[in-house]
Write a protein that binds this ligand. Structure first.
Ligand code: ARG
Length: 469
């Protein structure tokens, strides 16, 4: 809960920083400039960062150990209050940093006023966001690895289940369902590696940069980095407090991940329709219609597809808020939080949904097979067969085109044609073994090479992929 303009409990009657002003903040401006309604979320990171800063102040002898203990006890008490919903957040105190600092001073008195020595909210907030994002990335990486495992399990189960592969959404060639699923695996696995990479650049410490120029107290920045488990220190103080490229990068990785998921979800939606009937989605992941009693709507994949819009929007918001900002910190940066938080939440939710959904996708093997048989999907195999018998590919292509034409006229699939119907003038080079080539299983088994759709290759690809999750 946020209190509107409650100045009464602040350490000065106008908050912590109005010493140089001759009038109180305008009421509207107070609300307009406050971020407490959304940056409360950073309370744990803010306290963690403050503890590391205080411990460093102890190390460089700015704080005595008695003072440090008091600050530590106070910050821990505040954490308890927040988690028990007892914190009285105040808009007048603008943001999470000043709310917590103000509460510390209320609790422990003058020693609390020493915490902000050699620190600014500028390096404080940059540290908080990096700590927050690092944790969020770790949670997301875990969800991604769960999803990848489940995808690999489903692919293994269906390494030899046949369906038509599509180009232009037209049945093209028979493929295995396992191979198809492993294509989604490959995309999500690349998204995951992009996130791992983004974590490295997120995991750098801004503290010590203070407002922009550093601080005369000679802060031990490496020590704070160690305490907070950062891999390194942001080495230029101006850059440390002002850039948000790590958050932009996260939003970009999220936009791309959701873009992949939305392609995949589009397929789940199409495939679960009566027209395709390739898969059945579990009832508990679908909803009904308020008017049409027969409906079973694929709302979960539809929402994931739709939520791609908001994460793409978040990326544009982040890029645009950073664009044109002169060095160093500007208040524009307060606008980084809502899009970032929203991208984190959205990605986490969409992954959670898919982790639950994927193992429960039931393919309708009969319909998949039927669709693969219906579309002359082994026509290329016939052409390849004729090439092996000595015909140049372009001539073979034409012969097979004519065979398809005949099959359409006769209303039969290719493998139901006689050898003469299949090959017209070239029937002398065709033997009975052509029927194996025209079969769906023969077609997929023939593509037995790295990256091919043959069931044996799919199993190899899955084994290899599992090593990298
Ligand atoms: N609430 C601010 C933010 O989110 C904290 C930093 C404010 N710094 C300042 N100099 N006004 O960016």
């Amino acid at each position: 809960m946020v209190n509107k303009a409650d100045h009464s409990e602040n350490t000065t009657d106008q908050g912590l920083l109005r010493g140089r002003f001759s009038e109180a903040t305008d009421e509207f401006v107070e609300v307009f400039t406050a971020s407490i309604s959304f940056d409360q979320r950073l309370y744990a990171e803010d306290i963690r960062g403050s503890l590391a800063h205080a411990q460093m102040l102890l190390k460089i002898k700015i704080l005595t150990s008695g003072e440090f203990d008091q600050i530590k006890g106070g910050l821990e008490a505040i954490k308890g209050e927040i988690e028990n919903n007892q914190m009285n957040w105040s808009v007048a105190l603008e943001d999470v940093h000043m709310n917590i600092e103000n509460r510390l001073i209320q609790l422990i008195g003058d020693t609390g006023k020493k915490l902000h020595t050699g620190r600014s909210r500028n390096d404080q907030v940059a540290t908080d966001i990096r700590l927050y994002l690092r944790d969020a990335i770790d949670q997301i990486l875990d969800l991604e690895s769960a999803l990848l495992h489940r995808l690999a399990d489903l692919a293994e189960l269906h390494h030899d289940t046949i369906l038509p592969g599509f180009t232009h959404l037209q049945a093209a060639q028979p493929i295995t369902f396992g191979h198809h699923l492993m294509a989604w695996f490959a995309m999500l696995n690349r998204d995951r590696s992009r996130l791992i990479d983004c974590r490295k650049r997120t995991n750098q410490l801004p503290l010590g940069a203070a407002a922009l120029a550093g601080t005369p107290y000679k802060p031990d920045r490496e020590y704070m980095a160690e305490l907070l488990e950062f891999e390194g220190v942001c080495e230029n103080s101006l850059d440390a407090v002002s850039d948000r490229d790590f958050a932009i990068e996260f939003c970009s990785v999220t936009a791309l991940t959701l873009t992949h998921m939305s392609r995949w979800c589009e397929e789940l939606i199409l495939w679960s329709s009566q027209q395709f009937s390739f898969i059945e989605l579990p009832d508990r992941f679908c909803t009904g219609s308020s008017i049409m009693p027969q409906k079973k709507n694929p709302d979960v994949p539809e929402l994931i597809r739709g939520k791609t819009g908001r994460v793409n929007g978040n990326l544009i918001s982040m890029l645009t808020l950073m664009k044109s900002q002169p060095l160093a910190y500007n208040k524009d940066n307060q606008e980084d939080k809502e899009p970032l938080f929203d991208s984190v939440d959205t990605l986490r939710d969409c992954l959670t949904a898919l982790v639950g959904l994927v193992p429960n996708i039931i393919p309708n093997k009969g319909n998949m097979r039927h669709a693969a048989l219906a579309g002359f999907t082994t026509a290329t195999d016939l052409a390849d067969y004729l090439v092996r018998k000595g015909l140049p590919f372009r001539d073979a292509h034409e012969v097979v085109g004519e065979a398809v034409q005949r099959a359409i006229e006769l209303g039969k699939p290719l493998e139901a044609l006689s050898i003469t119907e299949l090959a017209g003038g070239t029937s002398d080079i065709i033997d009975e073994d052509v029927y194996e080539v025209l079969s769906l299983t023969g077609s997929v088994a023939a593509r037995d090479h790295l990256g091919g759709t043959a069931p044996a290759q799919v199993l190899k690809a899955i084994a290899k992929a599992r090593e990298h999750i």
